[in-house]
Each structure stands twice: as C-alpha cells, then as structure tokens.
Design a protein around this ligand. Structure first.
Ligand SMILES: Cc1cc2nc3c(=O)[nH]c(=O)nc-3n(C[C@H](O)[C@H](O)[C@H](O)COP(=O)(O)OP(=O)(O)OC[C@H]3O[C@@H](n4cnc5c(N)ncnc54)[C@H](O)[C@@H]3O)c2cc1C
Length: 395
C-alpha cells in the first residue's frame, strides 16, 4: 500500500485546518456524536492560533460577537478541564492614562453594569500591574468575563484530546485542494448509517476522501483554496508583530491587559461616543502607536513570561520581515506602561490572521455540504467555540 495515501471510510464531518477554528468545530462535532476527520497541511498547528495572546476577550465585544464570545468562554473552560490545559477566569484590565480614555471607560461602564465592568482608581490599577506602572495612569476598568489560556499549550492539548476520542481521526501533513461535485457514495454493504448519505469527494495531497459534510477552516489562506468566497468579502492577511519577554524583576499580572489603543479596536469601546475624541488624542500624543496600528496589550503565561504586542499591517501578500522599529515601539510602550525595568526578549515573531473590512467572521457555503468558516478579524480565540455552535446550527 502506498504510505503517502490515506484510505479511510467516509466520515460524517471532514474538517480542514487544525487551528482553533477547525478544532472548535471538531469539538462541536464530537459533542454531537458525529465521526470527524481533521486534516491539516502541517504536522501540528503553527498558525495564528498559537501565535496570539491566548485572550478570550469577551467583555470588549458587542452584539452578536458578545453572544458568540460568551458561548465560547464556556467552551474554553469545559475543554480546558477535559483536555487538561491551563485556563484562568482572570478577567481583563483596561488601563486609562488620559481623560479621553477615562471617558470611554465611564461611558461603557454606564451601559454594562458594575457586575460586568467595574471602574477602579489609579492605585488599584497599579496593584493589578504588580505594584508598579506608568505615573500617567489615571484609572482603569476590570472586565469580568475575559479568560486566558496559554495558546501554545491549549491548541496542542486540545488537538491531542480530540485525537483520543473514539470517533475522531487526524491526518496531518495532508493538504486540501478542493472538492469535486457531489457524488453519491456507493456502498458494497449499505446499512442504515451509509445508505442515505450523499457524500462530498475531497481532493487532498494524499488522495481523495469522502464525507457527508466538509468544513473548511484554513484561516487566512481561504483565498488559496476558495478565492470565490474570500474575494467578495475582501479577505486579506493582517500581520502582527509580537514578542515574548521575561522581566528581570518577576511580575504577577493575572488579567489580560488592554490600553487606549485597544479601545479604538474592540467594538464595545470603539462604539462609544467618547472614542472619537480618544482617536484624536492618540493621533496627537502617540502617533508612533497609530503609525503601526498598534493594539498595545499583554498577557502573562503561566511561566511568568509576557506575551507583548501588537502591530497591524494588512496586505494580500505579507512581507516576511519583522521590522525592528515596530518591535522597539511596542516594547518601549509596554515598558512604560508597566514601569518595567530591564527585561530579556526571548522570542519575536509575526502572526497573520484573516481580515475583512466587511465582517468579523464568515460562514459561507462553497458547494453543497461544503462550508467555509473563517474568523476575519483578530478574535478567533474569543469566538471560535461559539462560532462552531452557530455553524452546526445552520446545517
Ligand atoms: C499575533 C496575534 C494575536 C492575536 N491575539 C488574539 C487574542 O488575544 N484573542 C483572540 O480572540 N484572537 C487573537 N488573534 C486572532 C486568532 O489568533 C485567530 O483569529 C485564530 O487563531 C484563527 O484561527 P484559525 O484556526 O482560523 O487559523 P489558523 O490558526 O491560522 O489555522 C489554520 C490552519 O489551517 C491549515 N491549513 C491552511 N491551508 C490548508 C490547506 N490547504 N490544507 C490543509 N490545511 C490547511 C494551517 O496549517 C493551519 O493549521 C490573534 C492573532 C494573531 C496573529
């Protein structure tokens, strides 16, 4: 038998992509008692899902995104328990260092209720930042529902847990090329399970596979496989620069930390009336952050290191080069925010996610029983488990 080919029985669901979007859909299929086959072109997930902050950023969402994030939060906590990876109901901390930033927080807090979002004073913010912090800190907000995982551990352990489930198969190093038109599967021994199925034939680098339903979760590479879906939504690649830092003096920062630039990015803040003034203020006072389209934020991993980011640059094809000045801007701004003394940069990297100016995610039928799902904004860790429920509810 040719070892490079896969020979498998037709499956209920074939999922392409083992990032968080694909894995969350696989977990949903498992919960529904379905057979699942997950394929990925790599030997493990190395895309956006392991390059991020591990921040399930619930409280900064609004509308449907808030609903999806709230569902996803439960998905993370349940699977953290099942798969044995770190998660913490840490909540979030938003730091305000200007009147305009305070105004955004006050306006949102007035609509959210003090159980979900609590305004705190400068001394309390400093306490949250391990006792130090920028002298400019005026106030802050504690966001109740945000949680954190360590993305590198969580995605790997979720895949490993799924692989142990009786109805789940993984095929790594298997690239998806597309699907052929719908063909009825002829079964030599038709039975109740297979006689009614009309399967999709999937072309891969290891031969053809068949499944009743195919869900394509290839993240920012949707245009490579289904340009007909990606292009109408103007799906592009957004690249972000990140760093992993170990402070010389250990810090304990339990919450995911957001700042003024985050308030321009996440809808709950950006939709406030006060956000317009904040944008003007940041343009005047921190042009270097707006020049790299920064979302200055950080999370702490269980080993004490800090995930620090990030910049944003959108293009169809991204330069592979990290820009040192961008890193300097982010690290200097973080150092100032935390009042952090010396530190060691352990790693620097670029992450890329799918981005669409039209919508934050898409669930789109590509062909009968073939659905593309992509999070087209920087919130895949926040909504994927919720998105998976939404996708399946539409079948
Ligand atoms: C730096 C950075 C920070 C971020 N921070 C956060 C955050 O704090 N909170 C948050 O909610 N979101 C965050 N995001 C966004 C989040 O990481 C993404 O939305 C999410 O990871 C996308 O997951 P995915 O599974 O769709 O894509 P990916 O993780 O990129 O996975 C796609 C998978 O598809 C596979 N694949 C692609 N093409 C094929 C093919 N043809 N055949 C087979 N397999 C294929 C790839 O190998 C890959 O494993 C961040 C993103 C970045 C880059």
């Amino acid at each position: 038998m040719n070892q490079s080919k896969i020979h498998l029985q037709p499956t209920d669901v074939l999922i392409v992509g083992a990032g968080i979007t694909g894995l969350a859909h696989a977990a949903e299929a498992v919960a529904r008692g379905l057979n699942v086959h997950i394929i990925d072109r790599d030997t493990r997930a190395v895309g956006a899902s392991i390059r991020n902050f591990g921040h399930c950023c619930v409280g900064a969402q609004s509308g449907e995104l808030l609903e999806l994030a709230t569902v996803a939060r439960e998905g993370w906590l349940r699977h953290s328990e099942l798969a044995g990876f770190f998660s913490v109901e840490s909540g979030g901390l938003v730091v305000a260092r200007s009147r305009a930033e305070v105004a955004v927080l006050e306006e949102l807090a007035a609509t959210r209720g003090s159980d979900q979002m609590q305004l705190i004073n400068a001394a309390q913010v400093r306490q949250e930042l391990s006792g130090s912090g920028d002298p400019a800190i005026l106030a802050g907000a504690l966001i109740r529902d945000d949680i954190r995982v360590d993305p590198r551990e969580a995605v790997a352990k979720l895949a490993a847990w799924l692989a142990k489930q009786p109805k789940v198969t993984f095929s790594w190093r298997t690239s998806y090329f597309g699907t052929d038109s719908r063909e009825p599967v002829s079964s030599a021994t038709p039975d109740a399970e297979t006689s009614h199925r009309t399967d999709v034939t999937v072309r891969t680098s290891r031969g053809t596979l068949t499944a009743s339903r195919v869900i394509v979760c290839v993240g920012h590479d949707l245009d490579y496989v289904h340009p007909d879906v990606a292009e109408p939504f103007e799906v592009n690649r957004c690249s972000l620069q990140m760093a992993l830092v170990r402070p010389a003096a250990p810090l304990t920062i339990r919450r995911a930390v957001l700042t003024g630039t985050s308030m321009l990015r996440y809808p709950a803040f950006a939709e406030t009336g006060a956000a317009a003034e904040l944008k003007k203020e940041l343009a005047a006072n921190s042009p270097e952050l707006l020049a790299i389209d920064a979302n200055l934020m950080l999370t702490q991993r269980p080993d004490g290191t800090l995930l620090i980011g990030d910049s944003h640059h959108t293009a169809t094809t991204q330069d592979p080069f990290l820009i040192e000045q961008t890193q300097d801007t982010l690290l200097n701004a973080t150092s100032k925010l935390l009042g952090m003394g010396s530190y060691t940069v352990l790693q620097r990297w670029q992450g890329i996610y799918a981005s669409s100016p039209q919508q934050s995610f898409l669930i789109k039928d590509v062909a009968p029983n073939v659905t593309a799902v992509s999070v087209t904004s920087g919130i895949g860790m926040t909504i994927s488990f919720g998105l998976a429920k939404k996708t399946f509810s539409q079948f």
